[in-house]
Design a protein around this ligand. Sequence first.
Ligand code: IMP
Length: 443
Amino acid sequence: MSNVVVVGAQWGDEGKGKVVDVLAACVDVTVRYQGGNNAGHTVVVGKEKFVLQSIPSGILHPGCRCVVGCGVVIDPAALFEEMESLVRRGVSLDGNLYISKNAHLIMPYHPALDRASESKAGKRRIGTTGKGVGPAYADKAARIGIRMADLLDEQLFREKLEFNVFQKNRLLREIYDAETFTVEAILHPYRRFAGWLAPYITDTALLLSRWIDAGASVLFEGAQGTMLDLDHGTYPFITSSNTTAGGASTGTGVPPTKIHGVLGISKAYSTRVGGGPFPTELDGPAGDLLRMRGNEFGSVTGRPRRCGWVDAVVLRYAARINGFDSIALTKLDVLDACETVKICVGYRYGGEILTDFPEEERIWHEAEPVYEELSGWQSPTRGLRDYAELPTKAREYLDRLSELCGVPFCLVSTGAMRDEIILTPDSVLTRWYPTLRGGLPAR
Ligand code: IMP
């Protein structure tokens, strides 16, 4: 039994959904522990593409129980739509999906506040997804949030809603000059959501504890990435939750002593969506090329992602903050045609070369990346099944990157399909999940 946390090592969109989809076949339970429907985990199964937002990617495996933990913020309208779309496509939810009573709700005034505050932020705009995630977490921290359990208590729900609508309307009207809400207009649809969602809402921390005691293995599916973490990311250009491994405990109620491993996910290059510092960003044709080859457009908002070379300073930092046992490297094939490939090994700032990720916003914006340049392999890697079949120069790139991160790689993906994955020799995954010793499970 191995309980493992999967964490994005960069700014999100690293391909966590695809890796979780493969590992979900080896576990009993998958859990989301933070974020909300700002996330978009894309999983391609055969000719079908699924984009999961609040529900763990494990839902695509019939035997896998899925939990939405207390650290997640839930927009019930979006969740219900996601549930309906899965059911329409033949995915069963009954007995497979469990939602924490302690998870906070995204209310209609949260996206309104999110968009209003962004519209007034000028050059300090974060470039949020506009889903209301930040304002919902702000209410949680201010102790005025409304939880899933409250949704099931008609009187308490109305009480909390009345207080919030009064307060938010003043903010919307007087600070932002934006449209306001009425209690009744929110109450009616939310009562319907309460009825629909009630069978799934439960004490998930207790369930997880019982399942783990009975020998179940749990996979914790992180959303976004380390550099968007509320405490450890490029604040304030971050999301409002703890995306890093520590969030798996607080966001589920599973204690750290019951977690056995942490797996980082990184792309073979870097991307970021929204505003904020991105030291290795490539402007112009070089960035456009990575975007086209990697199809780098947001799965939730469709926004073009900013692209750049892989940043070993960021990956080493992510390895330190999360305690990665290993890293899964995705989308190696996007670099197949490159004549040379670059790895950022430090930042030049104020006459110094920094090799540890700095904490000052000014340095992130002004530092110059220092690159190591390797020759490219210029041959296709898609469809290769075995690590030894990878071109020598591709293996040299992987070896050097792994050395700079200080963490071994366990898996390399070379395409969007679930079977375009190569396990590395001595992959930690075969220790955590002995069934993988016979190769990846067939779909
Ligand atoms: P929010 O989470 O919508 O508040 O957005 C805050 C920042 O996190 C913005 O820069 C978003 O683009 C970014 N962000 C949020 N969710 C994701 C994601 O799933 N992938 C990549 N970036 C994200």
